[in-house]
Design a protein around this ligand. Structure first.
Ligand code: ASP
Length: 582
């Protein structure tokens, strides 16, 4: 027997008991005549004591030679501590050790395995198994487990069946590059790893499964912008015989359940906002609505004077930053530099200080009088004490830039509170999105998304204007889920492929199986997928998904612990019929 208690379990009520414990040496304090050892396992830390009076000399000597992270099995008696530690659940007691077995020795760990560690990120990733012994990482993994279990329980109770779908498949167009796997048995042919189980979950609906979910790995070979992982986990769902409303209700229910059980937060109903409104009011299709600072469009009140920068702009738009009228010149200059950074890319920024006495002081006083500026304050909702920040230029770019500024300032002002949760649905996304690089329209969600009823005809005349039955669930400025009502008939799917630039042959070669299935009684269906990693991170009140993944990859897509990706040897390459060009 290795243990009859865990290291976190013992309390004053256990005093007098003989116990057996196993765990790792967290810390050792050797005072010569007495040695204390903190023994750790997943459940906590307990203090072991060895002393001259009560411990056999040989055992005391052995204890003195323990090292950090040695694995021990000890037997001893629970006794009351003389100096109690109120910060430790086991702090009232210690275990007077009578027998000790060293189950394994350990090298000196490359960083301290404590809540606050001296190890940098790279080092901790290389020795991730040691990092996982630390509370912050361990607790995040346990937290993720709790969220996952709640998801499974909720969906299962609501009639969803978890079905696994294959990983070795053919390309699924979710807008990223595929990871591919060469097939040894089929020379010169490759599988693609799923960017999502999209086509399979639709086929499960054709198969009559009715309500499907899966907690599933997805693979996308993208350049890893901040906080993305090449493999990540989705809560993937699909339902048959549903309208968009049914889906929004079902997954609002799941989200509400998670907020309640995990965070004890009750959210009434989730607001809905169209994509167009989200862009107009927040410059962003995933607006953070925990705070205001809504955009005020200033064209009407700012384009009648001689200020050419504004007159020549498609859009002049501002936000009122609460309480920021007190910013010094230096602080405002720093803000202007911030919006001019290449990551944001604004050419400049106009500002108006709304003084407490009701007067205005702006960077464009030469062109605008107090009455003009009062109109700007009205449009942006600025109050005395606020600072209005105004950007201008082409509409889309300017909105994106102002959105970046809004989020940055909200962060600085402490308005993005981790313990506040503001979910909303963004609906009525455009069906297609113009891609400058390829000079083509792309599906904004994916090619299986249905257009709004009656808008199919618009595809020929004004493709950019067609709206989709597509929706995103947004939480605190993050898209945590997205989905759509699907096309479920062959003819419409063919039209869609044509508009996305597929020839009939290409569409057939890539998605023939789906279009065939549509001819055998495909029910109307739709679904959604949540990004589990991000959802868990937000619920956990943290920013990076890496912290909630047991073995994440770094920004270059590498696993630095196992050192992957790696080269194949010549024999393996030959077996796969591959020749390298480098
Ligand atoms: N497959 C989609 C995605 O991964 C989600 C969906 O449409 O259900 O974003």
């Amino acid at each position: 027997m290795f243990r009859n208690h865990t290291c976190g379990a013992l309390r004053a009520s256990d005093i007098g008991k003989e116990v057996t414990l196993s765990g790792w040496v967290q810390k050792l304090r050797d005072k010569g005549f007495v040695v204390w050892v903190d023994l750790r396992d997943r459940y906590g830390i307990v203090q072991l004591v060895f002393d001259e009076e009560r411990t056999p000399a040989e055992l005391l000597e052995k204890a003195k030679h323990l090292g950090r992270e040695f694995v021990l099995k000890v037997h001893g008696k629970v006794i009351e501590r003389t100096s109690k530690n109120p910060n430790l659940p086991t702090g009232d007691i210690e275990v007077l050790v009578s027998e000790m077995e060293i189950l394994n020795k350990a090298l000196v760990p490359p960083f301290t395995i404590e809540d606050q560690t001296d190890g940098g990120e790279d080092l901790r990733m290389k020795y991730r198994y040691l990092d996982i012994r630390r509370n912050p990482v361990k607790n995040n993994l346990i937290f993720r487990h709790k969220v996952t279990m709640e998801v499974r329980n909720y969906l299962s109770e609501h009639g969803f069946i978890e079905v696994e779908t294959p990983y070795l498949i053919k390309s699924t167009p979710e807008g990223a590059r595929d990871f591919v796997v060469p097939s040894r048995m089929n020379e010169g042919q490759f599988y693609a790893l799923p960017q999502s189980p999209q086509t399979f979950k639709q086929l499960l609906m054709v198969g009559g499964m009715d309500r499907y979910f899966q907690i599933v790995k997805c693979f996308r070979d993208e350049d890893l912008r901040a906080d993305r992982q090449p493999e990540f986990t989705q809560i993937d769902c699909e339902m048959a015989f549903v309208t968009q409303e049914d889906i929004l209700q079902a997954f609002e229910g799941l989200t509400r359940h998670l907020l309640k059980t995990i965070k004890n937060v009750e959210v009434p109903s989730f607001p809905r906002m169209t994509y167009d409104d989200a862009m107009r009011k927040y410059g962003n299709d995933k607006p953070d609505i925990r705070f205001g600072m809504e955009f005020g469009e200033l064209n009407k009140v700012a384009q009648h004077k001689d200020f050419n920068v504004f007159n020549s702009a498609e859009l002049v738009v501002g936000i009122a930053v609460p309480g920021a009228a007190t910013y010094t010149r230096k602080e405002i200059d720093a803000l202007i530099d911030w919006v001019k950074r290449p990551q944001v890319g604004a050419k400049g920024m106009v500002y108006v200080k709304c003084n407490e006495d009701g007067s205005y002081k702006s960077s464009v006083d030469k062109f605008y009088d107090q009455e003009d500026l009062a109109a700007w304050a009205q449009v942006t909702g600025a109050k005395p004490g606020d600072l209005i920040c105004v950007l201008s230029g082409d509409a889309h770019t300017t909105r994106t830039q102002l959105s970046a500024l809004r989020m940055e300032l909200a962060g600085r002002l402490g308005l993005r509170k981790a313990d506040e949760f503001a979910p909303l649905w963004v609906v009525d996304f455009p069906l297609l999105e113009w891609d400058e690089e390829s000079g083509k329209y792309h599906a904004m969600h994916h090619p299986f998304t249905s257009p709004k009823p009656g808008q199919l005809e618009l595809l020929d005349s004004d493709p950019g204007a067609v709206k989709a039955n597509a929706y995103d669930l947004v939480l605190n400025g993050n898209e945590i889920g997205g989905g759509s009502i699907r096309i479920h008939d062959k003819a419409t799917q063919e039209i869609m492929f044509r508009h996305l630039g597929f020839s009939p042959e290409e569409a057939r070669a890539q998605f023939g199986f789906l279009m065939d299935a549509f001819q055998y009684g495909a029910p109307p269906h739709g679904g959604i997928a949540f990004g589990l990693d991000r959802l868990v991170a937000i619920l956990g009140g943290q920013e990076t998904i890496r912290d909630f993944i047991a073995f994440p990859k770094n920004n270059s897509g590498r696993d630095v612990m196992i050192d992957a990706p790696a080269k194949l040897d010549d024999a393996q390459l030959a077996e796969l019929h591959l020749k390298l060009d480098t």
